[in-house]
Write a protein that binds this ligand. Structure first.
Ligand code: ADP
Ligand code: MG
Length: 692
């Protein structure tokens, strides 16, 4: 049966010619089944006529009344104004585009029925460009029997057309059912309707539907489809994972020859969490298929050591390791750390960044290709084609959320002759709410470093309006007099890096004027890497008191003596990003401060967000809150990759179902045909992540 609906092309439907077929293809609709899964975005209620007197702004409703006057107004913009009355109130209809015939048709005394969104105009409620038709007063014109679905659409394809097409598709549905892919027992447990009923229901919800539930996306029919959609996404990630697993990876059992002396030379013992996570990683590396492990650990939890241990195990086993960071500053810092740690053990560490040119670059590339370099640290320059590894065994990616899923995938191709894939260790300081790890990262195993090294004092956060800037400056003066170092972070005011850098330059000048006794440095994204490194080095060695910076210092930079941070316009940043920034302080044993200096007035949401920052330094709680306030796309930063777009599901709203989703997806793997149909139904052919 289902084969049929998934195989009948839309061109079989009445009225679908080549042009329409093409538009439907643009929406991803090729078959009757696709059309049935093209579900409404929302609904309009055209099932009843609403008295004008009870209309409120932004209501979308049907109203009926008698035309009182229709006149052309020559205000700011020429328009046709028509006032209608129904005994409960008066409403204005406004047309900016109209014909003479239209005006003549709206003679006083004419009865019309209109549909549109009411809003507050110059003279009370009005509807701009309503749909309308004349009705005879003695004739009973029926209203719609169902809520009117509004479909996602594309240019030149009107709702009416889509409705007519789905009508036809629903006729097919009556004759041949869609295959039920969710087990009966589970459906009963959740009180889910059957698939056919759910689909039919959502395309044409009856008048007596619980509209509130439907609008909130909580109707059982919606929940049922959302569930299935989540299962399909999960399955496709699992498929991706299987595909990588099939590839095989070099076994890297290690022998302790490097790991042991490394641990001995470290000035501190590992925390319990570091030990546990390192063991999880070590176990994975010894297996003959690629590790795909995500290590989450709050800022300052000591992820770099974990990365170094993994790299050493790879080198012990005779293979190279690559360590990649999202920014040049960070990559450089890793390079310095790794060189300091590994060179004494006789391991050559290479360095590669986009801006490395000429002879130096050639030398590094050669060392990587010849295998002389055993560990390579760099930016995404490591992705480039000209970078050829001699025998890459492990890739460590720091700060995952900066890299898209696609980049993560393309790295898998860098293994030895493409036969064996390298192991992958992905490290993020952005704690990812469990809801999201379960869905967006289902292809990864997760480890969490849930313990900070001892001796850290939590950061005190204060929220202050920027009209108290002078006070803040005095505070900075005092802190520096006490030999503390201070970050002053200028955040994005415009969506342009150039402007951000300019703002930082201006701020640095102003602060230099206000605080002449201080040594002030500036770093931003448009400076040459050597200049940046130079300034950072000066700040690190306490030759600078105050560092004015853009958000380039967001991740990873480590200066334990810096214990005060001022962040301008914090209300414009995501909570995760603020948390990252704040993580730059509180690294030493002295008490640290973070001043969030916002521009008044704050929106309610802005106030709530900053309050979260003040109340907690727990990255996971902050991430949960961020997810709640801004949605998964923003939190993951993968909006542009389109990975997290759902038709029906909403990760936040439907999070209660995720455990069951995961379970079912895992069970369905035993039935590949089922699994494939479910993925195809929701994600189409070839659109699963396995093929990106
Ligand atoms: P992050 O997880 O943010 O990348 P880092 O790896 O940069 O954290 O570590 C932060 C700081 O903590 C560094 O100065 C590092 O040397 C130090 N550190 C790491 N592990 C420990 C430990 N077990 N005990 C004490 N200090 C540690
Ligand atoms: Mg780090």
């Amino acid at each position: 049966m289902t084969q049929q609906l998934a195989q009948i092309p839309v061109s079989e439907l009445k009225g679908v010619g080549t042009a329409l077929e093409l538009k439907l293809h643009n929406l991803g609709i090729r078959t009757i089944q696709d059309l049935l899964f093209h579900l409404p975005l929302r609904y309009q209620d055209r099932t009843r006529i609403v008295p004008i007197g009870s209309l409120r702004p932004s209501d979308e409703s049907v109203i009926e009344g008698e035309v009182k006057i229709a006149d052309i107004s020559r205000g700011k913009r020429r328009s046709l104004l028509c006032r209608i009355q129904d005994g409960t109130g008066t409403l204005t209809l406004r047309f900016f585009h109209f014909s003479a015939a239209q005006k003549n048709n709206l003679k006083p005394g004419t009865r019309i029925r209109c549909f549109g969104e009411a809003r507050t105009g110059a003279s009370g409620l009005e509807i701009v460009h309503p749909e309308y038709k004349k009705v005879d007063s003695d004739e009973l014109v029926p209203v719609e029997e169902c809520l009117t679905p509004i479909y996602p659409t594309t240019e030149g394809l009107h709702q009416g057309r889509l409705r007519a097409l789905t009508d036809q598709a629903l006729d097919y549905l009556k004759r041949g059912a869609l295959q039920e892919l969710i087990p009966e027992q589970l459906r009963q447990g959740w009180k889910f309707p059957g698939l056919n009923d759910a689909v039919a229901y959502l395309h044409r919800p009856p008048v007596d539907v619980d509209q509130h539930l439907l609008l909130e996306g909580l109707h059982p029919a919606q929940r049922r489809l959302a569930f299935e959609e989540l299962v399909s996404h999960h399955l496709s990630l699992l498929k991706l994972r299987q595909k990588t697993r099939k590839k095989g990876a070099p076994e890297l059992p290690g022998n302790g020859d490097l790991v042991k002396p490394f641990l001995q030379q470290l000035p501190f013992p590992l925390t319990g969490a570091q030990q546990r996570v390192s063991q999880e990683v070590a176990r994975d590396l010894a297996l003959p298929y690629p590790m795909l492990r995500l290590v989450q650990g709050d800022v300052g939890s000591g992820k770099t050591v974990v990365a170094a241990l993994a790299a050493l195990q790879s080198v012990e086993s005779g293979l190279q390791a690559a360590v990649m960071a999202p920014t040049e500053i960070l990559a450089e810092q890793h390079f310095i750390n790794f060189s300091n740690w590994l060179e004494p053990l006789g391991i050559k560490v290479a360095w590669l960044a986009g801006k490395l040119k000429g002879k130096q670059r050639k030398t590094q590339l050669e060392a990587i290709r010849e295998g002389e370099a055993r560990v390579v640290v760099g930016t995404h320059a490591l992705f480039q084609e000209e970078v050829v590894f001699s025998d890459l065994g492990l890739v460590v990616i720091d700060e995952q959320h900066r890299f898209g899923v696609h980049q993560r995938l393309s790295l898998r191709e860098k293994g030895r002759n493409g036969e064996l894939a390298p192991h992958q260790l992905i490290m993020t300081a952005t704690p990812i709410p469990r809801t999201l790890t379960m869905s967006a990262y289902a292809d990864l195993d997760c480890s969490i470093i849930d313990e900070l090294p001892p001796g850290r004092t939590p950061v005190n956060t204060v929220v202050i309006a920027d009209n108290r800037r002078d006070e803040v400056i005095q505070r900075v003066r005092k802190a520096c007099a006490e030999k503390r170092q201070v970050y002053w972070v200028c955040t994005l005011i415009e969506e342009s890096e150039a402007l951000q850098c300019q703002a930082a330059e201006v701020t640095a000048e102003q602060l230099t004027e206000a605080l002449p006794e201080l040594r002030i440095g500036l770093v931003h994204g448009r400076m040459k890497p050597a200049e940046k490194a130079d300034i950072m080095q000066k700040f690190k060695s306490a030759e600078l008191d105050l560092l004015v910076a853009t958000t380039v210092i967001e991740v990873g930079v480590d200066v334990p003596n810096a214990s005060v941070m001022i962040i301008e316009n914090p209300e414009r940043l995501g909570l995760a990003q603020l948390h990252q920034l704040r993580g730059r302080v509180g690294r030493g044993s002295v008490e640290s401060f973070c001043v969030l200096m916002y521009q008044a007035p704050l929106s309610n949401q802005g106030r709530e967000r900053l309050a979260v920052m003040r109340e907690t330094t727990d990255g996971f709680r902050i991430a949960e809150k961020d997810l709640e306030l801004r949605g998964p796309g923003e939190v993951l930063g993968t909006r542009q990759t389109g990975v997290m777009q759902f038709k029906m599901a909403d990760l936040q709203r439907d999070s209660d179902m995720l455990d069951k989703v995961k379970m079912l997806a895992q069970q369905l793997q035993e039935w590949p045909d089922f699994a494939d149909s479910i993925v195809e139904r929701w994600l189409g052919r070839g659109e699963d992540y396995g093929n990106v």
